[in-house]
Design a binder for this molecule. Structure first.
Ligand code: GRF
Length: 195
């Protein structure tokens, strides 16, 4: 069975869906640990409830970015991590990690990339931008992470309609539901492809 590490900064609903998928036997991977940059984020409680180890590495614990990257690489190797899964991780993934796990770092973005991505386009800002643009469709993108925000090769997308009267919140909720249905499937596929 492949081993994943999940990285999160927020509430952790995608992380919870991954845990549930594993508990129900739909997602056949094991979670080595949750890595957070904010020790008070909601994902931490979800990890504790599921008995998943939590590590808090950030610019506070590791002020030098290179040192942070090296510490993450060491943690990943020590735990035999096959795949890193970003689930609402709001920081740039350090280069040493990307170099050591080339093509093995996944991210989920709440829009149809390459549109509505990049620095500053996260969370509710994405849905505001989508509504302001007047497009009739938004959605979800799962992609490989590379050195640029939201730019790595796209693995899967799921469209979601923008409905009349949508607010950023109502659109965001519809997109999040699609995330929950899509992400675990892509994780399962990617894990199955690994040697
Ligand atoms: C999701 O919308 C995800 O696409 C984005 O951050 C959000 C995380 O939500 N990258 P949650 O913490 O999984 O609830």
């Amino acid at each position: 069975m492949k081993t994943i590490a999940v990285m999160a900064s927020g509430g952790g609903s995608n992380f919870q869906v991954i845990l549930d998928g594993i508990a129900r036997g739909k997602l056949k991977v094991q979670v080595a640990f949750l890595l957070v940059n904010n020790s008070r984020c909601g994902a931490v409680e979800k990890a504790h409830a599921a008995g998943v180890m939590v590590y808090h590495y950030s610019s506070v614990t590791h002020p030098d970015p290179q040192q942070l990257g090296e510490a993450l690489v060491e943690l990943g190797h020590k735990n035999s991590v096959d795949l890193w899964v970003l689930a609402g991780y709001m920081k740039k993934v350090p280069s040493p990690l990307l170099q050591n796990w080339k093509g093995r770092v996944l991210n989920i973005h709440p829009a149809l990339l390459p549109n509505f991505g990049g620095q500053g386009l996260y969370g509710i800002h994405v849905h505001k931008a989508v509504l302001q643009s007047g497009v009739s469709e938004s959605g979800v993108t799962v992609h490989l992470v590379d050195e640029e925000y939201d730019r790595g090769p796209i693995l899967a997308q799921r469209a979601v309609p923008v409905l009349p009267g949508d607010t950023p919140e109502s659109l965001g909720a519809r997109v999040l539901a699609a995330e929950h249905d899509l992400y675990w499937r892509v994780i399962a596929e990617q894990a199955a492809k690994l040697p």
